[in-house]
Write a protein that binds this ligand. Structure first.
Ligand SMILES: C[S@@+](CC[C@H](N)C(=O)[O-])C[C@H]1O[C@@H](n2cnc3c(N)ncnc32)[C@H](O)[C@@H]1O
Length: 233
């Protein structure tokens, strides 16, 4: 089993949390961690706004995290509100990346709550998703839950995540799309507040993967699109 160990140049901010950023405080999510977590765990909010349930996110999280035993990268892991219990049940080496130190601290706390300690095979890393501090082709699985819709440069995002995935490796991405009118209206408001990237339909999101060397399948629940795929070359 491959383990991605902490690397030269990574600063240890506190036990188990590393950073490759020069300025490690000040990420936008540092301020909104509590509000974000309240919303995403609310059954009512997810049902009305997205036509989903938190269980849908957990089910997809399990698919990705339990997909095999090799190294796993989760980009934009947040506080692991949907996934801490799942990460605590796998022994695979996991690198959990987020740009917000506050989110990583929440994630660490949740992992410790689950198993009483932070397992050696899990590391938390503050880094920018568009400039991942890893060589090409080094992870067996790449996950990114609820992330693509945040960015305007979606193609660049997908490209960077697939760059670090091994050929033959698998990926699991979920993202909001403009499928339901209420979701679209809500996304338009969030976009005005700079909380969302350019809004995309299912077709537009799936087209991002046609540009990459991958094979995908997908399903939709409400206005959340779940994509799993394999890097083929
Ligand atoms: C919508 S939340 C998703 C969190 C988690 N994946 C989930 O499903 O609950 C977005 C997360 O991405 C992080 N993020 C935003 N931009 C990022 C970037 N450029 N690089 C790394 N993380 C980023 C935020 O700090 C936040 O924790």
């Amino acid at each position: 089993m491959d383990t991605i160990k902490s690397q030269e140049g990574w600063k240890e901010i506190e036990p188990g949390i590393f950073s490759v950023l020069d300025n490690f405080s000040g990420s936008a999510y540092d301020q909104k961690a509590a509000m974000y977590e309240k919303l995403v765990s609310s059954k009512l909010y997810n049902k009305i706004i997205w036509g989903t349930s938190p269980d849908d996110y957990k089910e997809f999280g399990k698919k990705g995290i339990f997909s095999e035993n090799g190294s796993l990268l989760d980009v934009g892991c947040g506080g692991l509100i949907q996934t801490a219990a799942i990460y605590s049940q796998t022994k695979r080496p996991c690198t959990l990346v987020d740009s917000s130190i506050e989110m990583l601290k929440i994630a660490k706390g949740r992992l410790i709550e689950q198993t009483g300690k932070l397992r050696d095979s899990i590391q938390l890393l503050q880094a920018d998703a568009f400039n991942l501090p890893f060589a090409e082709n080094c992870f067996d699985t790449v996950c990114s839950f609820g992330m693509i819709h945040l960015f305007d440069n979606k193609q660049e995002y997908v490209q960077e995540l697939l760059r670090v995935l091994k050929v033959g490796g698998t990926f699991y991405f979920s993202t909001m799309i403009t499928h339901r009118w209420i979701s679209k209206l809500y996304m338009q408001q969030l976009r005005k507040l700079n909380e969302f990237g350019e809004l995309c339909s299912e077709k537009e999101i799936l087209a991002l993967f046609k540009e990459e060397k991958s094979r995908i399948k997908s399903y939709r629940k409400g206005s959340m699109l779940f994509i799993e795929g394999e890097k083929i070359r």
